[in-house]
Design a protein. Structure first.
Length: 116
C-alpha cells in the first residue's frame, strides 16, 4: 500500500517556475515507479513524467526540456521541477505510483495555474 500527498502548486506567471512534491508513505516506495499526471478542466488526464526505482525517467513530449522529475528515496519523495511554464500547463497535477502495469495509487492532486 502506498499513500501519496502532493504539494507545491500555486499561481505563477507565464515563464515562471514551480516545484511540486509528492510525499509518499508505505514500505515499498523504493520499489515503485512514480509518475506525475495532469488534468485540465474539460480534458482527459494526461501523462506528464515518471521516474523508476533506479532513477530512469520518461517525459511527455509537451514538457520535455522544461520539466524535470527526480526522486529522493531516503525522503520517500518525488519532485517535479517545472520551468518555463505556459498557460496551457494549467491543470490539477496528480502523483501516482505503480508496482506492476497499472497506476494503482493516486494522490488528491495540487492545482497549478499559469497566468498569461
Amino acid at each position: 500500500q502506498v499513500q501519496l500527498v502532493e504539494s507545491g502548486g500555486g499561481l505563477v506567471q507565464a515563464g515562471g517556475s514551480l516545484t511540486l512534491s509528492c510525499a509518499t508513505s508505505g514500505r515499498t516506495f523504493s520499489q515503485v515507479v512514480v509518475g506525475w499526471f495532469r488534468q485540465a478542466p474539460g480534458k482527459e488526464r494526461e501523462f506528464v513524467a515518471l521516474v523508476t526505482p533506479g532513477g530512469a525517467t520518461n517525459y511527455a513530449d509537451s514538457v520535455k526540456g522544461r520539466f524535470t522529475i527526480s526522486r529522493h528515496n531516503a525522503k520517500n519523495t518525488v519532485y517535479l521541477q517545472m520551468n518555463s511554464l505556459q498557460p496551457e500547463d494549467t491543470a490539477v497535477y496528480l502523483c501516482s505510483a505503480r508496482q506492476g502495469g497499472n497506476w494503482d495509487y493516486w494522490g488528491q492532486g495540487t492545482q497549478v495555474t499559469v497566468s498569461s
